[in-house]
Design a protein around this ligand. Structure first.
Ligand code: RFL
Length: 392
């Protein structure tokens, strides 16, 4: 069999792409290593930028999100025991939408497979790409029934995330740029309601701490820790004591504690693959660029790529217009690099005070003062935080 598009990976990038292609009556097949139940329950991101929500809405993919997501208007830094609110909606007219990634994935799978009649295979193994720079590109994989299959595909979308395989067929001349922050974050999910009406960033000499509301029952927290630290070093009491201390601020109540239902250490690093395309292969999302959760950008970039790739594939497959595909990598990478730069800036703000380097601590303090005292600086921050940048 031969298909116009095979999509490897059923994350936000792959499923968004599949949905848009199906709406244009383009046949595709999504291949996913995990089960449907697993991807519908995998908790990760939670923040979606307003332009991305608009993009989903324009493509008929935001129904449940618009009904259930919370809109946030501000974030708050906590520094030297004091709260500093950045009212980003007042500054830019834009919001952040809080909607757990697993709910978005659930909505997208349902729409793709159950409503738009898209083909999807779960629990596949050993996906391999063949002849991406030839006239006969194909994908082979072991299906759930154990049989090896070979599918011809005019185009392959590599949407298989940071640990995927599609990226590995890029030729030697493709460039991977890496940045290691040298910092670990203990990523936590607490069965507890949020402790504030917004995202909190604790910049503290003991290390960064973050509070990210997810749902009425669950809140994500982050605690800076040494890279490679063992989550077992962080029993419940220690976690809450550190969070309470790093996020304390006068006039604000203590955090609402609850059982920790996820506890894992992330070593913060980023990478960017350039170009994001090779022959008939087009990468999208984390498969092409990993962004540590510092600025909550990864899922947004995955959606941005998926919108551009879908439009480009539709233009080519329905009208023979190649311009979108030719410009795809450059168009994605503008926003990717813009967000990389912001993540680096924000990482310095988060981690400078605890770096042990008095020079970095001094420049961090200067950045924070500017952010708190200058409406112009706060406005520029808000623009980048919300992704409303000229790069888009
Ligand atoms: P995904 O979501 O990783 O999906 C890839 C899919 O491909 C499957 N797969 C394969 N399938 C077939 N063959 C193979 N060989 C395969 N290898 C893998 C995987 O099972 C999976 O289903 O990539 P995608 O679609 O590019 O989406 C990217 C986002 O998931 C990611 O950027 C975000 O989760 C990052 N992120 C955040 N992003 C935000 O925008 N806002 C946030 O608040 C935010 N918080 C986070 C995050 C990531 C986190 N972790 C766990 C790294 C918080 C955390 C803790």
């Amino acid at each position: 069999p031969r298909l116009p598009v095979v999509i490897v990976g059923a994350g936000p990038a792959g499923l968004t792409l599949g949905n848009i292609l199906r709406a244009a009556s383009i046949d595709c097949l999504v291949l996913e290593t995990e089960t449907r139940a697993f991807i519908e329950q995998r908790p990760r991101a939670g923040v979606i930028e307003e332009w991305a929500v608009r993009g989903l809405e324009e493509r008929g993919l935001a129904g449940p999100l618009l009904a259930r997501a919370e809109r946030h208007s501000a974030c708050e830094f906590r520094f030297a025991g004091r709260p500093h609110r950045i009212p980003y909606h007042e500054l830019t007219g834009r919001h952040h939408w809080v909607y757990p990634q697993q709910l978005l994935v659930t909505d997208l799978v349902r729409e793709y497979a159950d409503v738009r009649g898209g083909a999807i295979e779960f629990e596949v193994r050993d996906v391999r790409l063949h002849g991406m720079d030839s006239g006969k590109p194909a994908v082979s994989y072991t299906a759930g029934d154990g049989r090896r299959r070979l599918v011809g595909a005019d185009f392959v979308a590599g949407c298989d995330g940071a640990r995927g395989v599609t990226r590995t067929v890029l030729p030697d001349w493709a460039k991977t740029s890496r940045h290691d922050y040298g910092v670990g974050w203990l990523a936590l999910l607490a069965e507890a309601p949020a402790s504030a009406d917004c995202v909190l960033f604790g910049v503290h000499p003991r290390g960064f701490a973050g509070h990210m509301p997810r749902s009425p029952e669950v809140t994500r927290y982050y605690l800076q820790c040494p890279p490679g630290d063992d989550p077992e070093n962080w029993p419940q009491d220690r976690v809450w004591a550190e969070l309470q201390e790093r996020l304390a601020a006068t006039g604000r109540p203590p955090l609402t504690e609850g059982p920790l239902i996820e506890k894992r250490v992330l070593d913060l690093h980023n990478h960017v693959v350039e170009p994001m395309a090779f022959g008939r292969l087009f990468l999208a999302g984390d498969a092409a660029h990993l962004t540590a959760p510092i600025a909550a950008k990864g899922m947004n970039l995955a959606l941005h790529d998926a919108f551009l790739l879908a439009d480009a594939l539709i233009a080519y497959l329905t009208e023979g217009d190649i311009t979108g595909l030719s410009g795809y990598s450059d168009a994605c990478l503008r926003r990717v690099w813009d967000y990389q730069e912001f993540s680096q800036w924000l990482s310095d703000v988060y981690h400078g005070a605890s770096s042990g380097d008095p020079y970095r601590a001094g420049t961090t303090l200067a950045r924070l003062r500017r952010l708190f005292d200058s409406p112009t600086a706060a406005g520029a921050f808000a623009e980048q935080y919300l992704g409303e940048t000229p790069a888009g």
